[in-house]
Design a protein around this ligand. Structure first.
Ligand SMILES: O=C(O)CCC(=O)C(=O)O
Length: 274
């Protein structure tokens, strides 16, 4: 990360580290996750509650959650020195590592409705940071990640039901006029860093035959002393376990109000979806 990257992140809440992982590393990770994959996901897994149709491409390729807890390759990637150096440069302190996920997103699959990661992670104080690594080229056709500029320093917004014909997850947020998602075009090996407030998501993969695989790490800032229960154990970047508290969802959430013609998100709502 150079000074320009850090300035861009401070202004926008996101920045791409181009080619952070080389071609050989990226190919090895892609191959690894095509074999390290659970058998057909079961209905008893609440993460799959919106994946019911036998013909849904996500039935065979639902996302992997927390693979680093049983897989050394995922753990090594989560704690990689390059990722640590980027987040430390962007946030000023070494982060804690709390989650890995792998998205396969085969052709024809739905995306994930616009949301903020901090709604789920509840890092306190501060926020979380995602490292979203493209394992394939990602563009609008195969449902690349989309971010909403101008949302990196707003409160966590109140959530509502998402459109399940477009999204495999059920929560989304309202956006006022003037706030639009923009596609983040990435090559395999690029890593997008974004903070937990940035509203983001993805649209369906409309390609005929392209995967849109991504490896995602979630971190919380070094100032944090608590995070939601799902994200424990919390790891220091040297792999040792840190003793942080458990934070809860709920409480106040952001609602867009008009301030002299400009939409501003104020923490005056109450979150009921916990
Ligand atoms: O990769 C995607 O389509 C969405 C990922 C995402 O929103 C997340 O990791 O929070």
């Amino acid at each position: 990360m150079n000074e320009q990257d850090i300035a861009f992140y401070k202004d926008s809440g996101y920045v791409i580290a181009k080619g952070l992982f080389n071609e050989a590393e990226t190919t090895a990770l892609r191959d690894h996750y095509m074999t390290f994959r659970p058998a057909k996901p079961t209905d008893s897994d609440s993460r799959n509650k919106n994946i019911q149709e036998e013909t849904d491409p996500l039935k065979l390729y639902s996302r992997l959650m927390q693979p680093h807890r049983s897989d050394a390759v995922s753990l090594r990637w989560l704690l990689d020195d390059r990722i640590n150096a980027c987040i430390t440069a962007l946030e000023g302190l070494e982060p804690y590592a709390v989650q890995t996920m792998v998205y396969y997103k085969p052709a024809g699959s739905r995306g994930q409705a616009l949301h903020q990661d901090q709604f789920y992670l509840q890092a306190q104080p501060g926020t979380c940071v995602a490292a979203w690594m493209a394992l394939d080229r990602c563009d609008e056709e195969n449902g690349c990640l989309e971010v909403v500029p101008g949302t990196h320093d707003i409160p966590v917004l109140c959530t509502k039901d998402a459109d399940l014909t477009q999204s495999f997850t059920g929560d989304t947020v309202d956006l006022p006029e003037g706030y639009e998602p923009v596609p983040v075009i990435m090559e395999a090996g690029d890593v997008l860093f974004f903070n937990g407030q940035v509203v983001h998501g993805s649209f369906p993969n409309t390609s005929k035959d392209r995967f849109r695989r991504a490896l995602i790490g979630h971190y919380i800032v070094g100032e944090a002393t608590a995070v939601a229960e799902w994200y424990h154990p919390v790891l220091r970047m040297d792999g040792t376990v840190a003793d942080l508290g458990i934070s809860q969802r709920g409480g106040s959430c952001g609602v867009w109000v008009d301030k002299d013609g400009t939409p501003v998100a104020e923490p005056i709502g109450v979150e009921t979806r916990v």
